[in-house]
Design a protein around this ligand. Structure first.
Ligand code: FE2
Length: 382
């Protein structure tokens, strides 16, 4: 660290690290001092608004693995880990083990989807890391050999995060109902969608545990919405910008509830990268964008929906009892072919957890050395 050079400025300092020269603001540096954090709770206990004047460095130097800063108006110097400065200098933010690159996939992906037995997920950090890693990178994985008891699904979900409720409660059952509240609960075909965009924050990670499937038809359909969005960006950037730049209304309405929320069809992160999609024609409310904007928005919307119907994106398979498909509900678009209700029984039990919980679980495992990235594609991890 001896090659660290520092040049003080008015509002911050230039620090030349092995990764290059980077500017750091004085407030940011004061806020990053190790003394700002409670050693037990690890929460921030320093309030930068309590400083009587804006922080300004009098001197700064590298000492061991720390940057030491003497402040003009404070007696106690700050210590900021040089490793943190390296991370921020390289990417602009603290390193995040869960910031794994998305692996876009297409209609030939089915054999490559990770398959992990439930017992392995519940007993092995390596298997749980492989599952959570796949859910971040691919957005989809299968958990096989689910135990045949009523607590089987919550046991699996709780390995990743707490169950998050929806209008249906903690769990929902996808099967034919006499008085359905959702097209999912009929035998009809279900167009490609993400779940419950009418909720303020649509559910994060979805679990669908197949309990029975003896009907004729009813194939399950999945596609990677991020791959479709990137294809749209390539083929029609103006259409992509419209879908990524405007919120449209969704609803979920029945006797006892009336949810309404606005969402973007193409979701992007703070860096502008595509994270996924929100789409549900059966829960789409009357568009409320300016009518003249709709002249351009609707053609883009229709183009994207048609694109997602192309075989190049879609995988289809017959859900097998004892298998649970787990997927990112903000990225993976799913649907179902119609089936003959009288031909047998088809029953999937579903629930959700939060995507923040998924990433939290992965980070804790990665910190212990279980990254899951070495898991072979499409292979059973035990
Ligand atoms: Fe669904």
């Amino acid at each position: 660290m001896s090659d660290v050079s520092i040049a003080l400025r008015d509002m911050g300092m230039m620090i030349t690290l092995p990764c290059g020269e980077t500017y750091f603001n004085y407030y940011w540096l004061r806020d990053a001092c190790l003394s700002c954090f409670d050693p037990q709770t690890r929460e921030r206990v320093f309030d930068c608004s309590a400083l009587p004047s804006p922080p300004r460095a009098r001197a700064a130097w590298a000492e061991g693995d720390m940057l030491v800063i003497a402040w003009e108006a404070e007696e106690v110097p700050s210590h900021v880990p040089l490793a943190l400065l390296h991370e921020v200098g390289a990417t602009g933010r603290r390193a995040d083990p869960a910031a794994l690159p998305r692996r876009l996939w297409y209609g030939d992906h089915l054999p490559n989807i990770l398959r992990v037995p439930q017992q392995a997920v519940l007993t092995s950090d390596a298997a749980l890391a492989a599952l959570t890693c796949a859910l971040i990178e691919d957005g989809i994985a299968f958990v096989t050999d689910m135990a045949d008891d009523s607590e089987s699904l919550p046991r699996l979900v709780n390995a990743i995060g707490p169950i998050t409720p929806s209008a249906e409660g903690l769990f929902f059952d996808v099967r034919v109902e006499i008085k359905p509240t959702n097209l999912a609960f009929t035998a009809g075909p279900l167009e490609m969608h993400t779940d419950l965009p009418g909720e303020e924050t649509a559910p994060g990670v979805q679990f669908l545990h197949c309990l029975a499937n003896t009907v004729e038809g009813g194939q399950s359909l999945f596609l990677d919405g991020a791959a479709a969005a990137m294809a749209l960006k390539e083929e029609d950037p103006a259409a992509f910008d419209l879908l990524a730049g405007h919120d449209i209304p969704f609803f979920y309405r029945h006797d006892n509830w009336d949810y309404r929320a606005h969402q973007r069809v193409i979701e992007t992160d703070v860096d502008g990268a595509v994270t996924g999609v929100t789409i549900s024609q059966h829960l789409q409310d009357d568009m409320d964008l300016p009518q003249t904007l709709l002249d351009r928005y609707y053609p883009a919307f229709v183009k994207f929906i048609r694109m997602m119907q192309q075989e190049r994106f879609v995988i289809r398979y017959r859900s097998q009892p004892g298998t649970c498909v787990v997927f990112d509900n903000h990225r993976i678009v799913h649907g179902r072919e119609g089936y003959v209700a009288e031909s047998g029984q088809r029953h999937l039990r579903g629930c959700y957890t939060d995507r923040g919980a998924l990433r939290s679980t992965y980070r804790v495992l990665a910190r212990r050395g279980f990254t899951g990235v070495e898991a072979p594609l499409g292979q059973v991890v035990a």
